[in-house]
Design a protein around this ligand. Structure first.
Ligand SMILES: C[S@@+](CC[C@H](N)C(=O)[O-])C[C@H]1O[C@@H](n2cnc3c(N)ncnc32)[C@H](O)[C@@H]1O
Length: 229
């Protein structure tokens, strides 16, 4: 583990215990800033950043959102901003936020000419004007890095951002029920992702289960839910 507690440089040997140490002392949101600070201003050093947009997001936009012009999208826990930029390039008016100021600095530095509104904000205390304000809510890999009740709170907060008639895209690692119970990140099982449908009275309009191209492959879900008008 790094000696400097203000920053953390990723090490697969220590990562899980480092995250758990925050969770166990009741500060499960405290480590994100240290992780992004560990990139020292270089977005390519953020170990979970793919440095390209999620191909399932691109495919969804191409097939299901022919005309995004004038529509409002929000990227939750936007990290280094690749997916927010893809939403913007497709025509959405995009707000992208993250709890980590260092992450938002990386976005602004990396995408200097961006039309995306990058903001530091906490999903659990977002500005009231955001409530039910977005035609598209985009969640990629945030719930899976949260523990326990934070996961359902995060899901409900995401649903509350959706305008009537709006969609939410949920992209995450997946697992079979009862497996990997102590993992970091903790993937979502089918029942947990179905919680979006149940909690928000949402309609499931797309559900894909797939293995990514890592070695060994990591199972994922990509789903779209729609809020009634
Ligand atoms: C695993 S990363 C995923 C980043 C990005 N969405 C991606 O797919 O590369 C989870 C992100 O959620 C952010 N995050 C965690 N809790 C948050 C909260 N309460 N409000 C806003 N962002 C949060 C973290 O700082 C981190 O950037």
């Amino acid at each position: 583990m790094n000696d400097n507690k203000d920053e953390y440089i990723y090490d697969p040997e220590t990562y899980r215990d480092w995250v758990k140490s925050y969770q166990e002392r009741g500060d499960p949101l405290g480590w994100f800033e240290a992780l992004y600070k560990g990139a020292r201003g270089d977005h390519t050093k953020v170990f979970w950043a793919d440095l390209q947009p999620n191909p399932y997001l691109l495919d969804w936009m191409m097939k299901h959102e022919a005309n995004a012009a004038g529509k409002r999208a929000i990227a939750v826990g936007c990290g280094v901003g690749d997916d927010a930029e893809a939403l913007s390039a497709h025509g959405y008016q995009v707000t992208a936020f993250d709890i980590s100021p260092a992450a938002i600095d990386l976005c602004r530095q990396c995408y200097r000419e961006s039309r995306v509104d990058y903001l530091v904000a906490d999903l659990f205390a977002y500005p009231p004007a955001w409530r039910e304000a977005y035609d598209l809510v985009y969640e990629c890999n945030t719930i899976q890095v949260l523990p326990g009740a934070y996961r359902t709170r995060a899901r409900d907060a995401m649903i509350s951002l959706m305008a009537p008639g709006g969609n939410i895209l949920v992209s995450c690692r997946s697992r079979n029920r009862g497996e990997l119970t102590d993992a970091v990140p903790l993937p979502l099982d089918r029942d947990e992702i179905d919680g979006f449908r149940r909690a928000g009275n949402l309609e499931e309009v797309l559900f894909i289960a797939y293995d990514d191209d890592q070695e060994p492959p990591v199972p994922h879900f990509f789903a779209c839910y729609r809020k009634p008008d």
